[in-house]
Write a protein of this length. Structure first.
Length: 296
């Protein structure tokens, strides 16, 4: 009886050891064998980065994990069937998404996005279509051909830039720019000096303008005091007098008009003046004819 008892103890210890080993391995894998779960099948085209015990999260909270994976039978596309152990109380509405997200470091997570607009749910026999999110590595792979096409163009641009930098014309242009900058600085200084002078002269100019404005105001007030009607009447009377005098000069009835308009009188006066001139000339040459001086 004692011998049997030892064998039984050894057997019980062996079974317990196997159970603890299995539980330990499952625990390390993230599997809780004491927690009930439902198994769902999700089909992915690509499971790169996905491993057994990969977590399934809903809004960042783990609600399941990957239990196993296998190739889909009778499928030339070689799709992969992933078995998920989901929490027993969790239901998966139809139309929900299972997305495989792989980080830059290579760790994968299946993101469960529940569909809140239906009350129909998947059963364990249903197959859910999974999606794979494009990460930074996928984007880099897609951009690589474009980058390869850009490399020759970038090399050509760099060659052109190197040629431009080594060109003597560029150095000359820089020297010209430096000279232009110096001229601009000199012109700026002169302009500043002119502005200083102008600022000094502005008060006197403003004073002169104020004085001129005052003089114009005075003249304007004096002009406003002139009796324009009286001045106009005086000018009109003067013009009429000048007109009357002009009429009298042109008239043959007045003495002055007769003298100005009588041709015969003009000729007589002209002849008289001419004779007088001849007489004076003869007196100057022969004074003895006209002046008799007697001495007693």
């Amino acid at each position: 009886m004692e011998k049997v008892s030892k064998e039984v103890k050894i057997g019980i210890a062996f079974v317990i050891a196997i159970f603890l080993l299995y539980y330990g391995i499952s625990f390390l894998k993230g599997v809780n064998i004491f927690k009930s779960s439902n198994t769902y099948m999700v089909v992915f085209d690509d499971v790169s980065g996905l491993t057994q015990s990969t977590p399934v999260t809903l809004n960042g909270f783990q609600v399941g994990l990957v239990s196993s994976m296998e190739l889909e039978e009778n499928n030339s596309a070689h799709k992969v069937v992933v078995y998920l152990d989901m929490d027993k109380g969790l239901k998966i509405p139809k139309g929900s998404k299972m997305s495989l997200d792989v980080s830059v470091l290579g760790s994968a997570t299946i993101l469960f996005e529940s569909n809140p607009y239906t009350k129909e749910y998947y059963s364990s026999s249903d197959t859910i279509v999974g999606l794979k999110k494009k990460g930074m590595l996928d984007a880099a792979d897609s951009m690589l051909p474009q980058v390869q096409q850009l490399i020759p163009k970038i090399d050509s641009i760099l060659t052109g830039i190197q040629t431009l930098v080594n060109s003597p014309a560029l150095a000359q242009s820089l020297n010209d720019v430096n000279q232009i900058t110096g001229d601009l600085a000199k012109s700026t200084k002169q302009l500043n000096a002119m502005m200083v002078t102008l600022n000094n002269d502005v008060p006197s100019i403003t004073g002169n303008l104020n004085k001129m404005s005052g003089d114009l105001t005075t003249v304007s007030s004096q002009l406003s005091q002139i009796d324009v009607n009286a001045t106009y009447k005086s000018i009109d009377a003067t013009v009429k007098n000048l007109q009357s005098m002009s009429d009298k000069l042109n008239s043959k009835e007045s003495s002055l008009g007769l003298m100005l308009n009588d041709r015969q009188l003009y000729d007589s006066i002209s002849t008289t003046i001419s004779n007088a001139s001849l007489l004076l000339e003869d007196i100057r040459k022969n004074p003895s004819r006209y002046i008799n001086v007697k001495v007693f």
